[in-house]
Design a protein around this ligand. Structure first.
Ligand code: CTP
Ligand code: MG
Length: 231
């Protein structure tokens, strides 16, 4: 069974504080977005990449994609994003080839997802219809209100959630439509499935390296990860 992916690149990268969108910043010689783009291009099960971009960056990204996709058996469509991540996903959903297909949603700012993780996630979504990547929380987590610790939250059941997140197109579209109607913004796609459907969402163990590049320190960690992978 094949899948399609919505690859998100339409943010502003404000917290990175760079002069341009962080997905275009170079990480050891390659733009951040090209890492995950290539991983999906190299997955034989991935049949369609919907790259969601800002309108102003579409030409630039189209040129980049053209270089990467020579000879690859995977279609690429570029669509415009919205002013919130959730709206960018929604625009991506409308561009899927078939709503009956499996769809993964991935942050373009997460360059280090691996083929092995894609395979595990793809297997799990075929079993349970909804599956997401993440890792158990390592730090102690406390609830704090106005500078005062209220409690230490038991950590055993807490996971940090990553992307990709995998669903069936029709399921994800239905919950996005509901969220739009209620003007609800979730922090990830699984949270909409949790709120507006009865589908249980399965957790798949990812890797602590599957970080999202968010602030400038993350670029340093990212460089270290690329170097380690190459050696
Ligand atoms: N994204 C998107 N459309 C938006 C907002 C975000 O496609 N309206 C994408 C980003 O490009 C990124 C991913 O969603 O790949 C995760 O979002 P985040 O890390 O918050 O990126 P930005 O929104 O770009 O960063 P910031 O919040 O610091 O501005
Ligand atoms: Mg953001």
């Amino acid at each position: 069974l094949d899948y399609e992916v919505i690859l998100l690149a339409a943010g502003q990268g404000k917290r990175m504080g760079a002069s341009r969108n962080k997905i275009l910043l170079h990480l050891i010689g390659k733009p951040v977005i090209s890492y995950s783009l290539n991983t999906f291009l190299n997955d034989p099960a991935c049949k369609h990449i919907v790259l969601v971009t800002q309108e102003e960056e579409q030409d630039l990204l189209a040129a980049m994609v053209k270089k990467e996709t020579k000879k690859k058996n995977c279609q690429i469509t570029i669509v415009s994003g919205g002013c919130e991540r959730q709206y960018s996903v929604y625009n991506g959903l409308k561009a899927l080839l078939d709503q009956k297909n499996i769809v993964m949603v991935h942050d373009g700012a997460r360059p280090f997802v691996t083929l092995k993780q894609l395979k595990l996630l793809h297997q799990k979504v075929q079993e349970t219809r909804a599956a997401i990547l993440g890792v158990p929380v390592k730090d102690t987590i406390k609830r704090v209100i106005e500078g005062i610790v209220q409690e230490t939250v038991p950590r055993e059941t807490l996971w940090q959630i990553q992307t990709p997140q995998a669903f069936y197109g029709e399921d994800l579209l239905a919950v996005h439509v509901r969220a739009q109607q209620e003007e609800y913004l979730g922090t990830d796609d699984a949270s909409l499935i949790e709120k507006y459907s009865h589908l249980p969402v399965s957790m798949v163990l990812g890797s602590y390296e599957n970080i999202k590049l968010t602030t400038p320190e993350d670029m340093l960690i990212g460089e270290a990860i690329v170097k380690r992978k190459r050696s």
